[in-house]
Design a protein around this ligand. Sequence first.
Ligand SMILES: CC(C)(COP(=O)(O)OP(=O)(O)OC[C@H]1O[C@@H](n2cnc3c(N)ncnc32)[C@H](O)[C@@H]1OP(=O)(O)O)[C@@H](O)C(=O)NCCC(=O)NCCS
Length: 176
Amino acid sequence: MSPVVCPASRTDVPATLEIYNHAVLHTTASYDLEPVSLDTRLAWFDHKQAAGWPILVLEDAGRVIGWATYGPFREKPGYAGTVEHSVYIRDGLRGAGLGTLLMNALIADATARNFHVMVGGVAADNAGSLAFHTRLGFVQVAHFRQVGRKFGRWLDLAFLQLVLDEPAGEDGKING
Ligand SMILES: CC(C)(COP(=O)(O)OP(=O)(O)OC[C@H]1O[C@@H](n2cnc3c(N)ncnc32)[C@H](O)[C@@H]1OP(=O)(O)O)[C@@H](O)C(=O)NCCC(=O)NCCS
């Protein structure tokens, strides 16, 4: 398998939506409660494209097996150096280094565009995603109690951040 990362095209939207909706239905990775419709997702894609935000897909033999994107963290202009990202790997293909491949490309994209900070909002019960982001050099900076509700229970939300242009530490890990 030699997966490649490339910009998403509109024809990739159904496959990225399939990956996303599986996570909506079965995980706390997204705080959406119901599957998103294709029309809604196409409108989301068009809006992101028009605004110049990247949507990357990970493809293997022409099949979309993951996607990642970032966009504004908060709308006020003083936050313009900060972006918030999302990343999803197809169920059944997780834990094989694919998310790392995708995030490294997304981080490189944000760095090349001179963004300063990348933020991830992760459900505090999503231990895999917390470990994944920590491994990438993200540092947890906030833990909000019970700000979400899904599957009949309150959800805590962690915020993790990566300062993109901070020099590498002595151990070679950025922010590590
Ligand atoms: C989170 C996600 C994107 C990570 O992608 P992935 O391809 O599974 O992760 P990788 O294989 O690149 O993992 C890299 C490192 O992250 C950590 N990690 C990843 N998944 C983990 C898990 N379930 N439990 C513990 N650590 C995990 C490990 O340290 C791993 O390195 P190692 O395999 O050498 O130990 C993917 O699992 C996913 O799509 N999950 C469902 C959706 C989701 O939670 N998205 C994030 C929303 S905030």
